[in-house]
Write a protein that binds this ligand. Structure first.
Ligand SMILES: Cc1cc2nc3c(=O)[nH]c(=O)nc-3n(C[C@H](O)[C@H](O)[C@H](O)COP(=O)(O)OP(=O)(O)OC[C@H]3O[C@@H](n4cnc5c(N)ncnc54)[C@H](O)[C@@H]3O)c2cc1C
Length: 466
């Protein structure tokens, strides 16, 4: 154990939370934030934890919403971001929305006033000096180019992305398997011997034509000028492929060859949409090749015209953004340390989570891990049944590697937690309807998460012997 401080690079949502957790654990911390010395394309001020776009932390209901559950867990662990969010609330129905400037000012004031926190306004423009033996890198989606290049040097070219190309992800239980079927193209076995790895949704010609028309007509989000997002031929948005010709999708991600409809073997599909398992639990499936810039409302509408997905519940919708993030499942250990250089720990959006709350949540864990390591009391990650444990599980192991570029940023959602079966009948013997069961399931998952989190946070590893 040493007395030297932990260094946190980046005073955004994740870095501010990490610094707070480290300081509250009794360890000194130096927080390096480059603003206002150097700005980003999105930040406007020199405040810590600035919200660059919406002022909402989304739904605040622990019993009915996964991000609400994450709020509840973070509050229990003394989150600075949640405490300042609660103190600066503005009316927003069931959501936790905040006064943007008041919130960032509150975070700045509380960190600046903490006796164990030193805030330094400077860019860390390369690998942190070797005498910084414990570092949390929380530099976000707009990490400064000099630091990004240095990280790239450690990870290799294809392990740090500068853009995301997100395909929608669907909850397995919402796919109609009376229409869809499982099969790999040409029944080809994968490395694990699985010959039915994909879920296939068939389309006839009329359905395909209507789908292409809807893609072309649907409203798209525009890139901001500074984003300068390039299109790579390997991951073009589907609507751009559709613009290149009516048949392009049928010869690309929607090709029907090598597949036989298990429900109607005589019928040859005109096109097939494939979904690939996205997480080890098998609860989430991504739509293969369906990265898109369609607006979210249009995505839901258009993708629900696909046979088998009429009632699809989306864990995540598609998008393309400027975003710096690591291939974390390959690069980071369960303590969020870079395997290639364990003195560097990563936190926030750069680890492949998406959103203010998720970024702060990973900052909270990185801060606790760094402090525990410094104090010589190693800390296990929270259990996978908690929202915090599910998030860290996803970025460090739960995601299935589907090849280059398959790991994409993710919001917290129930599909990342182990499923749980709610009772089919109430205490009075009455059969419970599907909607009510869905609500009961979320509440039970919330109760399980909070109980497991309390048990986890109550465990104290003994002080190391002197
Ligand atoms: C344009 C845009 C809009 C977004 N809108 C939303 C939204 O509406 N809702 C939502 O939930 N999420 C949104 N996100 C996604 C994401 O949740 C936020 O970007 C979030 O702020 C990420 O938290 P973070 O702590 O990882 O990064 P940030 O909050 O961006 O913090 C990173 C900090 O590191 C600093 N920094 C960078 N490089 C260095 C360096 N080399 N040395 C020192 N400091 C450095 C930056 O100045 C910044 O303060 C958006 C992202 C972008 C890019």
């Amino acid at each position: 154990m040493t007395n030297s401080p932990v260094h946190v690079i980046g005073g955004g949502l994740a870095g501010s939370e990490a610094a707070w957790q480290i300081a509250e654990a009794g360890v000194s911390v130096v927080l390096h934030e480059m603003r206002p010395v150097r700005g980003t394309e999105a930040h406007q001020s020199d405040r810590l934890a600035e919200l660059v776009c919406s002022n909402s932390f989304r739904a605040d209901d622990w019993a009915g919403n996964a991000v609400g559950l994450l709020h509840a867990e973070m509050r229990r662990l003394g989150s600075l971001i949640l405490a300042c969010g609660d103190a600066c609330q503005v009316p927003a129905g069931g959501a936790l929305a905040v006064d943007r400037e008041g919130f960032a000012q509150a975070v700045t004031d509380r960190l600046s006033a903490h006796p164990r926190v030193q805030v330094v306004r400077e860019e860390v423009a390369g690998l942190p000096p070797s005498e910084w033996d414990s570092v949390v890198v929380a530099t976000g989606p707009l990490t400064s180019p000099a630091l990004a290049q240095a990280v790239l040097g450690l990870t290799g070219e294809d392990q740090l992305a500068f853009f995301d190309a997100i395909a929608p992800i669907v909850h397995f239980e919402s796919i109609d398997m009376d229409i869809a079927w499982r099969q790999s193209r040409y029944d080809k076995e994968g490395p694990g011997g699985e010959a039915a790895a994909y879920i296939n949704c068939p389309m006839d010609k009329a359905q395909y034509d209507a789908f292409v028309d809807a893609l072309l007509a649907g409203p798209k989000t525009e890139f901001k000028e500074w984003e300068n997002v390039p299109y790579f031929d390997g991951c073009l948005p589907i609507e751009v492929m559709a613009e290149r010709g009516r048949e392009t999708l049928r010869h690309g991600p929607m090709k029907p060859v090598g597949l036989t409809n298990a429900h109607r073997p005589q019928e040859k599909a005109h096109a097939v949409v494939q979904l690939r398992q996205d997480n080890a639990l098998g609860t989430l499936w991504n739509m293969v090749g369906f990265q898109t810039k369609l607006k979210h409302g249009a995505q839901t509408e258009v993708f629900r015209t696909i046979p088998g997905l009429e009632k699809a519940v989306f864990a995540r919708l598609g998008g393309l953004h400027r975003n710096t993030f690591l291939n974390s499942p390959r690069l980071l250990d369960r303590q969020l340390r870079l395997k290639a250089m364990p003195r560097l720990r990563f936190a926030g959006q750069v680890t492949g989570v998406e959103g203010y709350v998720e970024s702060a949540a990973v900052g909270l864990l990185a801060g606790r891990f760094a402090a525990a390591e410094r104090l010589g009391r190693p800390l296990d990650p929270p259990p996978p049944t908690t929202a915090l444990g599910a998030l860290i599980g996803h970025i460090t192991g739960g995601h299935l590697d589907g090849g280059k570029g398959s790991f994409q940023p993710m919001n917290i959602n129930y599909g990342l937690l182990p499923p749980l079966e709610p009772p089919k009948h109430g205490a009075d013997g009455r059969r419970i309807g599907a909607k009510e069961r869905g609500r009961a399931k979320k509440r039970l998952m919330g109760e399980r998460a909070l109980a497991d989190l309390d048990a986890w946070s109550a465990v104290r590893t003994p002080e190391p012997a002197e």
